[in-house]
Ligand binder design. Sequence first.
Ligand code: FMN
Length: 452
Amino acid sequence: MPRKQIHLAAHFPGVNNTTVWSDPASGSHIDFSSFQHFAETAERARFDFLFLAEGLRLREQGGEIYDLDVMGRPDTFTILAALAAVTDRLGLAGTINSTFNEPYEVARQFASLDHLSAGRAAWNVVTSWDAFTGENFRRGGFLPQEKRYSRAKEFLAAAFTLFDSWAPDAGIVADKETGEFWRPTGEFSIHTDQFAIDGRFPVPRSPQGRPVILQAGDSEEGREFAASGADAIFTRHGTLEAGQAFYADVKGRLAKYGRDPEDLKILPAATFVLGDTDAEAQERARHVRYQQVSPATAIKFLEQLWNRDLSDHDPDGPLPTVDPVVGENTISRGRASVRMYKDPIATANEWRALAEAKQLSTREVIIEVTGRQNFIGTPQRIAEALDEFVQADASDGFVLVPHVTPGGLDEFADTVVPLLQERGVFRTEYEGTTLREHLGLKPAPTTSGADF
Ligand SMILES: Cc1cc2nc3c(=O)[nH]c(=O)nc-3n(C[C@H](O)[C@H](O)[C@H](O)COP(=O)(O)O)c2cc1C
């Protein structure tokens, strides 16, 4: 059997604690030259696409702005439109939530980006974390949890109807290059639980017809949503076993929607640390972890689980002897990790057991239990590991998350990509022009079949 081809995306780090802001090699996260450098590296390495996450509100902890990580970011569509002008083949993926936006506006923006980029737009449809995130958008706060995915489904179906609302016709718009004529097929009329909109869509059908649809969300509803309509999933399942279980689960859901396994690509986030020898890479990885979890960051993480002010706690001392405050987490607002601590007392006890067994300080425990690098080693070792991961059906590729912006992808592009190409598992040239073609996806349908 031929080896599966690997798909690669590059995540321009946004608001997270992977990015080592304090590293002397870190540049601006706002200046366009950073986005351009990053995109040009990804394109020269023949990546499928560049990915922008979305942070809608500055996070807070203990009532203050959380300023230990990168904070604040220019608007997604504006960045991607500018990148379309300085790249030629690289896909351009933006995270835009379906909870606080409106389908007409978002469809107009993505159709426009798809035109400006000649078929390279992708939309990561997220439902967003919490009420806090959305307070700046909606009067009265947030849609209840159980309604977020039903709104997302209605939102996507509505957007598809708009994307598909121009048909080939000896009509009013001519594309001089292709000689195609298009015109709107009539008025759209979308009446659902969430929307009541009528009108005509102003943007002619775009090169991909519809942007590539990505999904990021892990619940039962999130997986079903992806299986029913997404082209790719951005996931956190970064170990081989977790990746294989997720891959089998999600691909197994496609048949009931009349879809084939290759219609949905699984792309976990992956971090990496390279070195000339494996030992050097391990040492660099250790150094990066200490940069990512500064003493101040360790205390903030601690507070998120303990759900109380621990600003006087010594990060180099043992874990607190008091227990976490159980109940609604009120200390931290606007970040996802808080939701992962379903049973804070049990988690605190696990951390204490770990500290005891390995004789770790508070900061060292945090370094152990919070995210770590997935791939560490020489370029050869990393190329082999990435390839094995994909061939073992733990994923179809990766969304790489470098820890330094904007140069953190350069070394990977220069050393690992040529080895993947030698192995015959990664393209040496773009074969198509659109992102859909890079990802090996079928052309987008021309009608959503939705009945509003
Ligand atoms: C890998 C990953 C990346 C995500 N990125 C974003 C993001 O950039 N912005 C955002 O508002 N939500 C983001 N989300 C949150 C999801 O959109 C979703 O709201 C959240 O995971 C809750 O859905 P779930 O219950 O299905 O997991 C991300 C989720 C995952 C798993």
